[in-house]
Design a protein around this ligand. Structure first.
Ligand code: AHG
Ligand code: MN
Ligand code: MN
Length: 334
């Protein structure tokens, strides 16, 4: 009898997690299974986009002012469909929808809001480079403000009850945290399940990569330029190499595991940076802090920002301890 290697699926892990999950009665695992199902549907199409009619532009400009790709729309529909079947979800906000979508927010069963970027790194789809999905879960406010659907999602990232991403890369990996460490699950296609593969991801104290779009370097504020100079000249005691995929999920996944630093700074043309607070920066910041790293908007923790608009943007600098201490020194003029 061959000895079965014990597999722990993300469902099993979530069930174990939710024992610690305040007030959950299976609803948390049922909610997250809506996300995992949708991302398996997305993955199936990402992997064969060139064989179907799912490559290229959808031809509509979204609320971000960007031309939607067909896979952006498909991924958004998958998540909207799967999550609308979860009775514990009252509100959904997506990068691809101008307003939050109310599912059943008057229902007493509706306790959570889910925000997501259905397909992150859209410019990389047609050229076969890794893309991702990001998500975060907030609890319904327990005061009168809950009557306004937007209030469910306009909460600081510190209040997220869970957050994560799926990377459609050389393998498909779901990484999530419910506040008790960061855990990675690799999709095992023959069984169609996300199986625990990266338990309790911890960032090393220092890495060897920095990740930034150098094309905008002349537009970065001076402290950022000084920081890049120090990274390039061994001021942190080691030589750094540059890695930039252009899909945040891929760049963050490397940084989470190898340490180093990922930056999307303010520029003269985008003074608030490009990344969106609710469904890109907040989920990433939650994971990075849970993994022992630091995530700031340049001066304060991203998770402490009180959002006032669904699609507001924020500069984002996330990384391991040594790189982030040096970044703070540069920002303080030291
Ligand atoms: P999205 O495809 O969801 O709009 O996100 C793209 C983002 C992010 O994934 C990436 O880090 C960043 O855009 C890259 O922007 P630049 O091309 O300006 O570097
Ligand atoms: Mn994105
Ligand atoms: Mn997107």
């Amino acid at each position: 009898m061959t000895k079965m290697r014990p597999i722990i699926t993300v469902q099993q892990h979530i069930l174990d997690e939710q024992i610690r999950f305040r007030g959950a009665s299976g609803e948390f695992s049922w909610l997250l299974s809506g996300i995992t199902l949708a991302t398996k549907m997305i993955e199936a199409q990402v992997r064969r986009a060139g064989l179907t009619d799912l490559m290229g532009s959808y031809g509509v400009v979204n609320v971000q002012g960007e031309v939607q790709q067909k896979l952006d729309v498909y991924a958004n529909e998958c998540l909207m469909h799967c999550l609308s079947l979860r009775e514990s979800i009252g509100i959904i906000a997506s990068e691809e929808n101008e307003q939050p979508v109310t599912i059943r927010h008057e229902s007493p069963k509706a306790k959570y809001a889910v925000v997501f970027d259905p397909l992150d790194g859209s410019s990389n789809i047609d050229v076969g480079v890794s893309v991702g999905t990001t998500f975060a879960i907030q609890r319904k406010p327990d005061d009168k403000t809950a009557e306004d659907p937007a209030s469910w999602v306009l909460q600081p990232g510190r209040k997220q009850v869970a957050a994560g991403y799926v990377l459609y890369g050389s393998s498909t990996i779901l990484v999530y945290s419910a506040g008790n460490g960061v855990h990675g699950f690799t999709l095992d296609p023959p069984i169609g399940a996300f199986v625990l593969s990266h338990e309790n991801i911890r960032m090393p104290s220092q890495g060897k990569y920095y990740s930034i779009n150098e094309a905008y370097a002349a537009q970065f504020p001076k402290p950022y330029q000084e920081y890049l100079r120090r990274l390039r000249t061994g001021a942190l005691g080691r030589e750094y190499s540059s890695r930039y995929v252009g899909s945040m999920v891929a760049d963050v996944h490397r940084t989470l595991q190898r340490g180093g630093v990922f930056l999307y700074p303010p520029t003269t043309s985008n003074p608030s940076g490009k990344l969106r607070l609710l469904y890109e920066a907040n989920p990433v910041a939650f994971l990075v802090e849970q993994a022992g790293g630091v995530a700031v908007d340049g001066s304060r923790p991203i998770l402490d920002i009180q959002p006032d608009a669904i699609h507001q943007r924020t500069p984002m600098v996330v990384g391991s301890a040594v790189e982030m201490e040096e970044f703070a020194r540069c920002m303080a003029g030291n």
